[in-house]
Ligand binder design. Sequence first.
Ligand code: GLN
Length: 446
Amino acid sequence: TEATFARIAKVDGDVQAFLTTTEEEAFAKAEQLDNQPNAERGPLFGLPIGIKDNIVTKGIVTTCGSKMLENFVPVYDATVVEKVNDAGMVTVGKLNMDEFAMGSTTERSAFKQTHNPWNLAHVPGGSSGGPAAAVAAGEVLFSLGTDTGGSVRQPAAFCGVVGMKPTYGRVSRSGLVAYGSSLDQIGPITRNVEDNALLLSAIAGVDRRDSSSSSLAVPDFGAALTGDVKNLKIAVPKEYLGEGVAKEVKDAVIEALKVLESLGAKWEEVSLPHLKYASPAYYVIATGEASSNLARFDGIRYGYRPVDAKNLEEIYLRSRSEGFGEEVKKRILYGTYALSADHYDDLYVKAMKIRTLIAQDFAKVFENYDVVIGPSSATPAYKIGHLLNNPLTLYANDVLTVPVNLAGLPAISVPCGFTEGLPIGMQIIGKHFDESMLYKIAHAFE
Ligand code: GLN
């Protein structure tokens, strides 16, 4: 814990990953752990962890990267926070993110810009830019991010670390501030695959506070790391290596496939024909759900409220106009439009049909293959500011990650190369609840 805070003091001035650090609580916990008898010590005993700031922490401000929640102090811990505590981990602080997890660069945080530790002029990705950068910069070895459409995997890829988006339902969402409830999952970000498997084992499992959490038994994910990938069948969708994917990224992924081949796995090209509709469908569904989820921020129950508002109407209006940033307001408008009586059928219903088609595309591939592999992102990390005013390009660039959320599948991003000093990430996508297979392959390759 001391080493962690020393490292944060040394590098976070440049990286800017943390929104809040919790020295006092962390040292109290560490001291308490020092007195714990050996027999009671959990598998992650004494290890510091950072938590994305949309996961609620009792008594510790939880902002969601938004002015709306700048002073919001939750009265309970998210289930995952209870679980990392029970595993003996020490929470050292809360990590920066795009406001309400809407973004891919962490440029949409209301508070600060997190920088990519490999090159400070570049973004760390997003929306879990803080969690990925903190791990890449060696501030913590473990963090928790959240992934609605790629927000664990894409920043993991941009920062050269390992990020897992578990199967929908594998990890409780209780205490995660909702963005798109049918898409959101909390996932571990770490420097290597083994750490990642240990952390997922600690946070997974059914929770009576989240009715969408699965009661399937949680395997010991660490036990999957056998190194044996002989005869495993890998599908590589041609759309994942198609137009728009940078040549260096394609080359790195193909090199990785060759490594897996040399270890005895087999790979073939397949097609996911509906992939081109994934981003538009995702943005209709995610913003629709967000417009409903964010209705609770009304200036009455939570968060920001202008002190001089004169009546109820003005409280609602000004709390939301002044409390939310531009990107969030834009998405609430999109989502409200998509769910409105006039547009529901041609936008929301159509998007839900595409969601089914995409899930079916994957299901068909999984009849004959163990996993699907492709890049986590079409390019390495962008320069800060480069795409800030180009939202359509940013939305389109989510095409390789959002299909996984639409289908509820698990996927892990592992580093597979570098170009001009910036990391490249490869994504391994699996069958529902088959995270063990993803860890096995990622570990063998790593
Ligand atoms: N970039 C996507 C979005 O802006 C994904 C975000 C996420 O997974 N939270 O919605």
